[in-house]
Design a protein. Structure first.
Ligand code: SF4
Length: 351
């Protein structure tokens, strides 16, 4: 895709639902649905190619605004796994990364919700650079559109996980709007259960999320189940302790009756010991959750090392023995720095 020329920066088409497009552009609802389909369903970001719009309308749109607010700077693809990492420039010159992970015929898109992140988790590449700004709904959705261009899905809709750069609940309204846009039937039509929002533990937002009228999934990045260790790894824990987090999760489950996932990044000698398993099992009492173990991916400048494969398996097996449903993720993007906790605009910084 070529560089876009933003004509009216206040008019971002990808921020808008079909009804909002009709109102903003003063066009008929059916024309707005056509335009939305081109942008979201077909990922066509050039008005000239939108052949079922009249020529006059295409020219009017062309003169007034850009079809897309992001610009693709670089797309890496792992020859080993097929994982793709997109580096995208935002209209103000900032950039974000997003990842497509393919596992046989299952495709998962990992999108960013902020430029950088203020939470500074101790093992995370994104947190190292600090927080710059929130993304708009369209800036989130367009990450998915760019990743899906030219991608063969075989009629299946992709999964979306809000696990890229940033804490999604620190950008609550834009993230919720982006979910509505991704679910829109004239667009990608992604089912709510195929979408997961991942939080580092913003307890009040979990309670707010519980009131949303949909079946979007929740994942909590736990990484430690005693307050001393968790406050070091995830500084947000100093604000919302494990007990406060538990209250929010229980309220979420009371309201929604939905299981959650705990994410646990394994760091050698830090949180991969049997005593950490014991803490986790104790913490999970009364919470319906599965555990997703993530081998940590080395990040230059951070004082950690990854747990050995053998230790990861010991940790997993210990949880399984306690009856906890546990998966041990096989990293699929490490060779292009696209794995969890590795997104930090590496190419962007050089541009
Ligand atoms: S792990 Fe997530 S919440 Fe923590 S600093 Fe990184 S991006 Fe932010």
């Amino acid at each position: 895709m070529n560089e876009t020329n933003i004509k009216d920066e206040s008019l971002r088409l990808s921020d808008l639902s079909p009804a909002e497009l009709a109102a903003a552009l003063e066009i008929k609802p059916f024309q707005a649905r056509q335009l939305f389909r081109w942008l979201h369903q077909k990922q066509v970001l050039d008005f000239a190619e939108m052949t079922d719009l009249s020529k006059a309308m295409r020219e009017k749109l062309q003169a007034r605004c850009a079809a897309s607010c992001l610009t693709l700077l670089h797309m890496d693809q792992s020859p080993r796994t097929g994982t793709k990492k997109a580096l995208l420039r935002l209209p103000d010159g900032e950039s974000v990364e997003s990842v497509l992970i393919r596992d046989r015929d299952r495709v998962t898109l990992c999108v960013s919700s902020q430029v950088g992140c203020a939470l500074k988790c101790d093992f995370c590449a994104t947190g190292m650079a600090g927080f710059t700004r929130n993304l708009t709904p369209g800036e989130i959705v367009e990450q998915a559109l760019y990743l899906l261009r030219d991608e063969e899905l075989g009629g299946r809709t992709p999964n979306i996980v809000y696990m890229g750069m940033g804490e999604p609940f620190r950008n609550y309204d834009a993230v919720m709007k982006s979910i509505h846009l991704l679910m829109e039937k004239e667009g990608l039509g992604i089912g709510a259960r195929k979408i997961t929002v991942s939080t580092a533990g913003e307890a009040p937002s979990i309670e707010r999320f519980a009131q949303e009228d949909w079946q979007v999934r929740l994942s909590v990045s736990l990484h430690a189940a005693n307050d001393t260790l968790r406050s070091k790894l995830v500084p947000l824990n100093r604000r919302y302790s494990l007990e406060r987090l538990r209250q929010a999760i229980l309220e979420y489950q009371t309201r929604t009756d939905r299981q959650i996932t705990f994410e646990w990044t394994l760091l050698a000698g830090v949180n991969d010991r049997l005593e950490d398993v014991a803490d986790l099992v104790r913490y999970m009492a009364g919470i319906r959750a599965t555990v997703n173990l993530i081998p940590w991916n080395p990040v230059a400048g951070l004082p950690y090392s990854p747990s050995s494969r053998e230790q990861c398996e010991i940790f997993r097996d210990a949880l399984l023995m306690h009856g906890v449903t546990t998966t041990l993720r096989r990293e699929k993007g490490q060779d292009i720095d696209a794995a969890c906790g590795q997104l930090r605009r590496t190419r962007g910084m050089a541009v």
